[in-house]
Ligand binder design. Structure first.
Ligand SMILES: [Fe+2]
Ligand SMILES: [Fe+2]
Length: 182
């Protein structure tokens, strides 16, 4: 993805963040959707995310649900589950809206500064920019670990773990494309 597209996506995410900050409730239909695809443990992990990440997860799930490249219902169910859970490594309170924007800008334009922030990130307090950069860096592995604790199947764990890596399979490609679209 080029920088122009990344900046456009960043703007869209920021606008969504502002919009969803005032609209945290799920509709009945969305709650049924979550109940249909996620176990109790997985819903607890989903609920640990901030509103913005929950809305993003629902949007990614609705994109993969319509993806014409998936023809097999088993694969579609797996992908919808992965879409709903892919960002659970970001927990409510890990980022402010401005930190979300800063973290992405630093990633795109200041790689050396990012490396510096990452050195202290793990030990930094929640609410600091260092911590936000660190969480963004580890959230896929962190999410996969959280799912393993609940005994999730390995296909799901691997999709979550690799969702920011170069796709190694068709399903990973579909998830990455849906994530980038939302
Ligand atoms: Fe992510
Ligand atoms: Fe995402």
């Amino acid at each position: 993805m080029g920088r122009d597209n990344s900046v456009q996506k960043l703007y869209r995410q920021w606008a969504n963040a502002i919009k969803y900050r005032h609209n945290p409730r799920h509709t009945e239909e969305e709650l049924k959707f979550l109940q249909k695809y996620l176990s109790d443990w997985e819903r607890a992990l989903y609920n640990q995310m901030g509103t913005i990440d929950q809305r993003h997860a629902l949007d990614v799930a609705s994109t993969v649900k319509k993806d014409p490249r998936i023809t097999n219902e088993e694969e579609r169910t797996l992908l919808i589950r992965a879409a709903l859970l892919h960002d659970i490594g970001k927990v409510k309170g890990d980022f402010t809206i401005w930190q979300r924007v800063m973290v992405k800008l630093i990633y795109m334009f200041f790689p050396n500064y990012r490396k510096k922030l990452l050195v202290d990130g793990e030990k930094s307090k929640r609410g600091t920019l260092q911590k936000a950069v660190y969480v963004q860096d580890v959230h896929s592995k962190r999410g996969a670990h959280m799912l393993c604790l609940g005994g999730a199947d390995q296909e799901l764990v691997q999709l979550v773990k690799n969702h920011h890596s170069i796709p190694r399979s068709r399903l990973e490609r579909c998830l990455l494309d849906a994530d980038n679209l939302n």
